[in-house]
Each structure stands twice: as structure tokens, then as C-alpha cells.
Design a protein around this ligand. Structure first.
Ligand SMILES: C[S@@+](CC[C@H](N)C(=O)[O-])C[C@H]1O[C@@H](n2cnc3c(N)ncnc32)[C@H](O)[C@@H]1O
Length: 371
């Protein structure tokens, strides 16, 4: 079998240069060569990065407390997008138990289904594991609670390079090198508006434009009757597009190292960009979504009782397991780590959640004014 680089070269030869977002879609999700397609060796300490659900079950258990708040007012059905290795699904099912009638997983990488299924079967009682199903397509109606951890950052982005006289966009040329083309006339307005709002930028300032994540959130909102909760690293536009952030946030991840060699190790490394939550807000708002809260991951987890849950766990006093849990909690909550960089963004449509405590639980370290 050909490797991903040769397959890409062939495709480029046939079709001509690709826009960066098309290249990123190939590198991550090509059904044969994409990084997420095989599903092997990606997540965890042996892989390229560790996500919150893998650090400790307390993450999923705490998220479960938020879902339990709203479940009486929503259809008791969960939709998880981008379920990775199935760890979060397992922790949520164990926390929510019989209150959940159905747990749907929607993932663009089919290869992860087997990994997810094995994780869930190994850690969840059989009658709950039987409630999990994998959807090939997004249903027309999404009634229930939608969740996604680190999904939006994994969606392909376009890359714009601001220049005072003529801005550019990143493309990938036939020999897999970066080619910078003049930004199409129809897209210039986007960059000019961003520059007026967040500039002045110096020449060469990079801006990732998450067209796919924007479209995805619009579609979810349009079909939603219930609550949607997305957790990811990112910030509001004002901070992400600040003149000092000239390099943008697009990064490649391999073996726990973040770097900017986007065009090497194709199909063998992750590519991600920080989520622009102002753009996500605009997408959900344009479809009639109602913001329920936007805050840091640390304040969300603390407000939903992560420390109380940790305290109930006898393992905390065990010298080895206890030390691991304390380390995981520190990573999840510390301002220098995931606590501040990661945000929780929640919105609803077609349900009135005012009677729940959800709104007030978001108030600690509320950032919605920044969106
Ligand atoms: C960085 S991983 C996060 C996995 C997991 N949620 C976790 O926290 O460990 C990104 C996941 O999003 C999935 N994904 C990307 N785009 C998606 C989309 N449009 N719909 C559903 N899943 C998507 C990928 O296949 C992958 O499983």
C-alpha cells in the first residue's frame, strides 16, 4: 500500500493544488490515509496527546452532573461527537446509568468505532453498553443532550495571511510545499472585517478561519431540541486575533510535542487550531440558539463538584492511585494547564432550561461578555 505522502502527491498531480483546509481534511480524515482513520496509537501516554477523559474518570463524572441537571427537561438521549477512544462515553454512561435511554456516537473516523466499542464493553454494565449506537449520518432531528470534547479544534481550517496591500491564503502545491495565493475577492471582506475589529496587524499576521466548525455548529443548532455542550481549547476572537498573536494557533502534534511542521509526517500526526468561540457563538446564535454559558474548564468542573466527587473516592488516600488522581486534577484545573486554556461553551434551543441550576453554575468565572 502507498503511504499517505505518495497518495497525496498523486491526488495533487491529478487535481492541482489544494487549499489548506482540504489538505488538513486529507491528513486527518482521508478514509485510507487519514491520521484518525486507523484509530491506533493516537490517544494516551503512548500516543500523541492526552485528552481530559483519559486523565481521570472524574472529568466524565463531573460532566455527567451537568447533564443530570438538564436531563429531566430534555429527551434522555445523548449524542457524543468525536468520541475518541470511548473513555468519555464509558464514564458518562456509568454516571448517568438508567436515566439515559440511548447513547449515540457520531464520529467521522470509522476506524475508531472498534476502539470505542471495546472500551465501553470493558467498563460499562452490559445493559447500558447495549444503549450505545453509532450513527453513520447526522440525524435530521437532534433531541437530547449533545456533547463534544476536543472536536471543534480537530476540524479543518483555512489559513489567511494578512498583508496591508494584498492578503494571501495558504494552499498546498503539487510537490507538497506551501503556496501562498492572493485571497479570493469574495473572502477579502471576512479578513478586512476581522482586521477592523481586532487589528491593526503587521504584515504576515496569520488567522485561522474555521469554516467547517462554523457550519457544523450551525447544523447542530438548526436540528437541536435540547442542550449542546462543547469543551475545547480556545478563546474569544479578541484574544485569539490580538495583534500580538502573529503566528496564529495552528499546530501539529506528535509524541506529545507541538510544532509547526504541518507538511511532514502526513497522516501520522495531529493538526489542530484553537477554537474561536466568538465564531462559534455567531454560528449558534444565527440559528436561534440560546447561550447557556461560557466559562473556563476549571470553573465549570469546580462548580459541578469535581473536588467533592474526588473526595468520595477512597482511591484518593491510596499512595499510588491518589497521587495519580491529584496530578490529573491539577492538569484539569490548573491555570497554567487545561483549567484556563480550555473553555466550556453551552447552548440550547427549543427547551427552557431556566428552571435548572445550569445557568448559575456557569457564573463562576463567566466569560460570556467576551464573545
Ligand atoms: C482530538 S479527538 C478527541 C477525542 C475525544 N473526544 C477525547 O476527548 O478524547 C477529535 C475527535 O473528533 C472527531 N471528529 C472530527 N470531526 C468530526 C465531525 N465533523 N463529526 C464528528 N466527529 C468528528 C475525530 O474523528 C476524533 O475522534
Amino acid at each position: 500500500m502507498m503511504n499517505a505522502t505518495d497518495a497525496l502527491k498523486e491526488r495533487l498531480k491529478k487535481q492541482g493544488p489544494m487549499r489548506f483546509d482540504a489538505f488538513m481534511a486529507f491528513a486527518l480524515y482521508d478514509p485510507e490515509y487519514g491520521y484518525y482513520t486507523s484509530g491506533q496509537g493516537i490517544f494516551g501516554r503512548q500516543g500523541d496527546f492526552v485528552t481530559a477523559p483519559e486523565l481521570t474518570p472524574l472529568f466524565g463524572q463531573t460532566l455527567g452532573q451537568a447533564i443530570l441537571e438538564v436531563l429531566p427537561l430534555c429527551k434522555p438521549v445523548i449524542y457524543e461527537f468525536g468520541a475518541g477512544n470511548g473513555k468519555l462515553a464509558s464514564d458518562l454512561l456509568n454516571t448517568l446509568g438508567d436515566t439515559v435511554e440511548q447513547y449515540n456516537i457520531v464520529d467521522v473516523s470509522g476506524g475508531l468505532k472498534q476502539v470505542q466499542s471495546e472500551t465501553i464493553r470493558a467498563s460499562v454494565p452490559g445493559h447500558l453498553a447495549d444503549r450505545v449506537q453509532w450513527l453513520e449520518q447526522l440525524p435530521e432531528g437532534l433531541e437530547g443532550v449533545l456533547i463534544g470534547n476536543e472536536v471543534l479544534d480537530a476540524m479543518p481550517v483555512r489559513v489567511f495571511e494578512y498583508h496591508h496591500d494584498a492578503s494571501l491564503e495558504w494552499w498546498i502545491s503539487e510537490d507538497i510545499t506551501l503556496e501562498k495565493r492572493p485571497l479570493q475577492v469574495s473572502d477579502r471582506g471576512i479578513l478586512e472585517t476581522l482586521h477592523t475589529q481586532h487589528g491593526p496587524w503587521q504584515d504576515g499576521h496569520l488567522v485561522e478561519w474555521a469554516e467547517q466548525a462554523h457550519g457544523f455548529v450551525k447544523t447542530l443548532t438548526e436540528r437541536l431540541k435540547g442542550l449542546a455542550l462543547m469543551i475545547d481549547y480556545g478563546d474569544c476572537a479578541e484574544k485569539l486575533l490580538h495583534p500580538a498573536k502573529r503566528q496564529g494557533t495552528l499546530r501539529a502534534h506528535k509524541n506529545h510535542v507541538a510544532h509547526d511542521g504541518f507538511l511532514t509526517d502526513i497522516g501520522e500526526q495531529d493538526l489542530t487550531a484553537h477554537v474561536n468561540f466568538s465564531q462559534i457563538y455567531e454560528a449558534m446564535h444565527s440559528e436561534g440558539g440560546q447561550l447557556e454559558g461560557y466559562c473556563t474548564q476549571a470553573s465549570f468542573l469546580l462548580a459541578h463538584g469535581i473536588l467533592e466527587l474526588a473526595g468520595q473516592n477512597p482511591a484518593l488516600t491510596d499512595p499510588v492511585a491518589g497521587a495519580q488522581t491529584r496530578k490529573a486534577l491539577n492538569t484539569l484545573l490548573s491555570e497554567a494547564e487545561m483549567g484556563e486554556n480550555f473553555k466550556v461553551f453551552a447552548w440550547s434551543r427549543g427547551v427552557d432550561l431556566d428552571a435548572t441550576r445550569l445557568n448559575t453554575l456557569f457564573l463562576m468565572n463567566d466569560r460570556s461578555g467576551e464573545l
